[in-house]
Design a protein around this ligand. Structure first.
Ligand SMILES: [Zn+2]
Length: 284
């Protein structure tokens, strides 16, 4: 059930069928090398939220594009709203979704840079008295490295050709770079929005780390410079190599696994009736 597709008279039934769960997919607009579109993260988590809702019925809010991308103003396509505005937007958005009758809100995060903001928002919002819950989860739990381990363990993947399997195993064995606009994200986008991908442009900029800030981070007492450090190491907003090993088939497997996780997470939240009353007791 997509919020934007519901007619006014259908909301009551949608709230009932969803157990009051509304999923809000949030990514960002930021450079993803020269081969993937700037909206990759939102398109991915919105797709996952929509497909998971077909397995475990919940209402899915329109995919949100305003994420945490400080330091990326040098690159075209990035929209970097202030932290204050984004926190306020999360707060008001959740309150409005709850006012419509959805009392369990799941923020589905599709962008690594959002983790800290979401965690801070959820951490603070649960301690304020209200008649709804907000929880978050990140959508990055499955990629090529894990797929390689499962192939080696004998699991079968009907989506994959022999060439896909060879590429996944080679990629994993050589421990090629992957982290952003990499084989995982490229394969996903080839599966869900192939017209927006141009693999032939991947080598126009390097996805290999400059290692400029490793001196500060590769320590047991590592410093955390957030996105600032990341951009110094990955100045092309690209952390990956051998993009030509990506395929829509690999993307379909990654998506299937992530969709299953999301459906399970929705089920968990739907079935949990204790959390809100547990909080209510603490609020007094
Ligand atoms: Zn991304």
């Amino acid at each position: 059930m997509l919020w934007e597709n519901l007619r006014e008279g259908e909301f009551e039934r949608a709230i009932e069928a969803s157990g009051g769960v509304c999923v809000v997919p949030i990514g960002c607009l930021e450079m993803h090398g020269q081969h993937l579109p700037v909206g990759t993260d939102t398109q991915t988590c919105y797709h996952i939220a929509k497909e998971a809702a077909k397995i475990e019925p919940v209402v899915v809010f329109p995919g949100q594009y305003f994420g945490s991308v400080p330091g990326l103003q040098a690159y075209k396509g990035a929209i970097d709203l202030s932290l204050e505005l984004r926190l306020r937007m999360l707060d008001e958005l959740c309150a409005e979704i709850a006012r419509n009758g959805f009392k369990k809100i799941l923020l589905l995060n599709g962008h690594g840079g959002n983790c800290a903001t979401f965690s801070a928002f959820v951490r603070n919002t649960v301690h304020t008295k209200k008649d709804y819950l907000v929880v978050a989860r990140n959508d990055f739990q499955y990629g090529v490295q894990r797929l390689a381990r499962e192939i080696k363990a004998g699991q079968k993947f009907p989506e994959l050709t022999d060439e896909d399997i060879k590429n996944v195993l080679d990629f994993s064995e050589h421990e090629y770079a992957s982290g952003h606009a990499c084989i995982n994200e490229t394969s996903i986008m080839l599966a869900i929005n192939p017209e927006s991908v141009d693999v032939s442009r991947a080598d126009e900029v390097t996805g290999i780390s400059t290692h400029r800030v490793d001196r500060l981070t590769q320590k047991p007492y590592a410093l955390d410079g957030g996105c600032g450090f990341w951009v110094l190491n990955q100045p092309n907003c690209f952390d990956g190599e051998h993009i030509e090993m990506s395929s829509a088939n690999i993307g379909k497997v990654i998506l299937r696994k992530r969709i299953e996780y999301q459906a399970e997470a929705c089920r968990l939240l739907k079935e949990d009736d204790a959390l809100l009353s547990d909080y209510a007791e603490r609020w007094g």
